[in-house]
Design a protein around this ligand. Structure first.
Ligand SMILES: N[C@@H](CCC(=O)N[C@@H](CS)C(=O)NCC(=O)O)C(=O)O
Length: 201
């Protein structure tokens, strides 16, 4: 297997984190996403027609884009994805929640800061909306974690690997996790797991 990723990609980090927790690793090929390396005709044809990383290249040459799909593929047949139908559905729930509510709101402010994007009045208004929705999503996590150690209960799962990276990285975009003690305690629990991989940067 090979992972097509980017050096600062939070979505790529999700995959490296789960691989570390599962005691796996693979070759990583990094692209300059800012410089457009994922939009060359060759990348779009051979790796991902969506022009994004991460993409997991399987041993038979199959290209699997989308971090959520990659996490679920890697977690299959491991303790990180339960066998029980209802528990599996709960794992899928959090992977989908990450894509719909965490990623869009927590990743962009960080990306803009990393790229030194000029904050025009229009961007300022956009940031306000992102922070409002992002803090709402963090509130969902906070309430769920109130009486649980990990997202599916007392053991880490693919859900934690999906949700950890942008929750951990969002202060780089200006988020303040002070009002989210259960989220902060959960971040610390993930960091104490064997095989934990540190975030990019
Ligand atoms: N839903 C996708 C989002 C992937 C994504 O946005 N990747 C970023 C890097 S973190 C990227 O490749 N950006 C380059 C571009 O959109 O041109 C996932 O979870 O994998």
């Amino acid at each position: 297997m090979r992972l097509h990723s980017g050096p600062t990609s939070g979505n790529g980090y999700k995959v490296r984190l789960l691989q570390g927790l599962l005691g796996m690793s693979c070759e990583v090929i990094n692209y300059d996403t800012k410089g457009g390396e994922t939009h060359t005709p060759e990348f779009l044809k051979k790796i991902n027609p969506d022009g994004k990383v991460p993409v997991l290249e399987l041993d038979d040459g199959t290209m699997l884009p989308e971090s959520g799909a990659i996490l679920l593929y890697l977690a299959e047949d491991t303790p990180y994805l339960p066998d029980d139908k209802t528990e599996r559905a709960q794992a899928f729930r959090w992977v989908f929640f990450e894509q719909s509510s965490i990623l869009p709101n927590l990743a962009k402010p960080r990306l803009w800061r990393m790229r030194g994007v000029e904050i025009t009045p229009q961007k300022e208004a956009e940031l306000e909306n992102l922070f409002e929705a992002g803090y709402k999503a963090l509130g969902v996590m906070e309430r769920h974690l109130g009486d649980r150690e990990f997202f599916l209960g007392d053991r880490p799962s693919v859900a934690d690997a999906a949700l950890y990276p942008y929750s951990r990285l969002c202060p780089e975009g200006g988020y303040d996790l002070e009002g989210y003690p259960a989220v902060r305690a959960w971040l610390n629990r993930i960091e104490a797991l064997p095989g934990y991989v540190s975030p990019p940067g």
